[in-house]
Design a protein around this ligand. Sequence first.
Ligand code: FAD
Ligand code: 2HG
Ligand code: ZN
Length: 464
Amino acid sequence: MTELIERLKSIVGTRGWTADPQELGPHLVDWRGVYEGSTPIMVSPASTGEVAAVVRACHAAGASIVPQGGNTGMCGGAVPDTSGDQVVVSLARMNRVCNVDADNFSIEVEAGCTLESVQRIARQAHRFFPLSLSAEGTCQIGGNIATNAGGINVGRYGTARALVMGLEVVLADGTILDTQRALRKDTAGYDIKQLFIGSEGTLGIITAATLRLFPEPGPMTTALLALETAATAVAVLANLKTRLHDRVESFELFSNRVAEIVEQHIPDVSLPFGERHPWYVLMDAAIGDDQELLNDVLMRQVETQQVLDVVIAKNAGEADRLWRLRHSVAEAERKEGRALKHDVSVPLSRMGEFLERGDALLASLRPDLQLIAFGHVGDGNLHYNVVLPRDLPEDEWMAEGERITVALYDLVNELGGSFSAEHGVGQAKKVYLRRYRGGAEFELMKLLKKGLDPANTLNPGKIF
Ligand code: FAD
Ligand code: 2HG
Ligand code: ZN
């Protein structure tokens, strides 16, 4: 190991590594504070050549590598294990924008660019990069692609996968794979880049990406709707999509309990309604100056009592305040304390059934559970998080957590859904991958891992 460490230091130079415990601290524990590991060294290469040299050195020494982006992942995928032998490779210094091709509606960036910076550079070229999520100031585009991130604009633009045109990836033996083609159509053989999207650093290190851009959607109208039941949200969305000619950009559901937690833990956020309601939807519509149309559709829904109340933001400041509430949910929930995270999806047509049966299931499992439900209901994806009584002893907490999670995932599976809609598998959900994606699908995943990383040095212990 000592020899490898000296070799790594010489590859990345003095500014490209740290072994200082204080500097390493935040890189060794995940955002939720659930997984903590250790490492002899974290290297931060400044170029693809340096990443390849680092990987070659580790490969030759048989040492494992943990790629790390912004370390905002929810499943412990970006932190090393406790062996003290895994080398952390941070992409943070690879944050250059290589090319913005406004005519081709594409942008080429290094993997360590934050998501927010990619959005900003696109805006400066009068283009729009639609991937958006609450951690966008910190997470990196490489991490977004490695987790196939979703966020708040998926219904209209798709997940990270739909936005990738090309990738540059360093493979397990240090080979540089270049699929950086800015093409919308390309049927030349297998689409190899797809393998690395959502592979959570287990098949290669993404060093650069070519991404799709869109025309700017124009002025946005933000509205907060109050609803009696969560299931109503699906019907309201279908109506809005039809009446607004598919110009609904985002459609986020959260319960009154979620709003209470945010109001309790985050300063200066509150609901704008005079009275409380069971559920809320925060939405953006790209309707330009046609605001009357939205008013009309929403008022009709209030008249028919599908929607209980509506607040439409009068200006950008009001819209920002409403979105601050939604974007603070994960942070507020973290402050509230430990929760069972269930990032699930079902077909939209079965969302109502899921909500009804999910609630009944939780009540039958334990009457003292607290549900924290919110998320991207328009994509069929909810964060159906559950809080157990705080005074449970640790072993009971773990056993009950497992019982509740499995019962819930069984329901999701029965409805044709997924136990991991947008956060990936990492360390947290490995057992469920085997359970719900067993058989040919799981065997093929293992075959791909074996083929691309036969020595199992790329992020071992994650996904499998
Ligand atoms: P990291 O956490 O650093 O890494 C995640 C995984 O990708 C790890 O397995 C790591 O090894 C691998 N990886 C990272 N970079 C690379 C690379 N360059 N090459 C190969 N592998 C790599 N996710 C959503 O999908 N939708 C949301 O709405 C959403 N909201 C969030 C809100 C908050 C407040 C937080 C904290 C997280 C949220 N997430 C969300 C989860 C997380 O932000 C995303 O998964 C994000 O895409 C992770 O990016 P990152 O750079 O932080 O990756
Ligand atoms: C979000 O949508 C994120 O805010 C986080 O995906 C979800 O904290 C969560 O459970
Ligand atoms: Zn989410």
